[in-house]
Write a protein that binds this ligand. Sequence first.
Ligand code: FES
Length: 359
Amino acid sequence: MGIDLLVEAMPTAAGFWDPETDEELLCVDVHDETPDVKSFTFVSPARKQFDFRAGQYFKFEPGLDNEDDGRCYSISSSPLRKNAITITVKRVPGGKVSNWLHDNLIPNMVVRASGPLGRFIRPVAQKFLFLSGGSGITPVMSMARELADTVASTDVVFVHAGRSPKDLIFRDEAAELARRTRGFRLVLLPEDIENELCWPGISGRISREFLSLAAPDIADRIVMCCGPAPFMAVARNISAELGVSLSNYYEESFDAALVDEFAMPLSEAIETKSFRVEFSKQGKSVEVRADQTVLSCAKKSSVRIPSSCANGICGTCKSRLLSGAVDMKHEGGIRQREIDAGFFLPCCSKPLSDLVIER
Ligand code: FES
């Protein structure tokens, strides 16, 4: 039985998944997309439906080695298919959770997860450029599937780049969507055509010349970009050069290298008060100014705290505050009951007093 039939055949949904209380997903399907990419489809064990926006993600916490090992994976399925969500995951060398998913997760297994989270959401507009590199295709594929499901009148150029033709995730399905959806144009860009010598299009890396050809009216489009950090940096620069305004440019990244510094001019920082922040398990302490986040200072002092979005969205850095008070400005990455239980997000919290953190 195909996955659509399996999900269709389930009992009527019992309300909607509640991000505040629901925390387990039941895997119902696993399949290969490319040699190192798999899609995993989940339902709610209580058969609840999912209410999410294309571009959002779930945080998965398999609890390996009893560690806080949460990782965020964008939903690749359409938000109009509410009975299930699908994530599409690339195996990463040394990637603890992605490798565990690839090697261990099979249908009927349950995994801890929270979501939906994230703000990489398509604004209301007529013309888009979807720009993805590698597994960054997952959130924009959810948007493409949504547009196809709604039969919306649309004008989308979908540019997807990958290492080689065989690494282009959703290659056949994206081509089918482009064939069947009016106003939807697909441009695939393998860096190297390897053994597929009859590749019909351009190959190479994303460049100004390529983007000018793929979307000559790029300055009139909303750009939705997701991919590895170097891909996104190049895409951002070229888009700006070609006239895309900052307000029309949206991007998604889970790259911890982008941890913010919340830097302020030195002149303003001189009189700012500092607090002593102690990490009880690692036996370390650091000075954190009242205008700095706990995470940015911890990283500079080699204190280990897992992190991902660095913006209070994903919940990866969630830690227990044993004493002290913080000013936390999160974006949905922590639940109220977790705050009540003494947890906080160091990436978006500034100290109001000396702190002791269970890390
Ligand atoms: S790193 Fe994402 S919430 Fe802190």
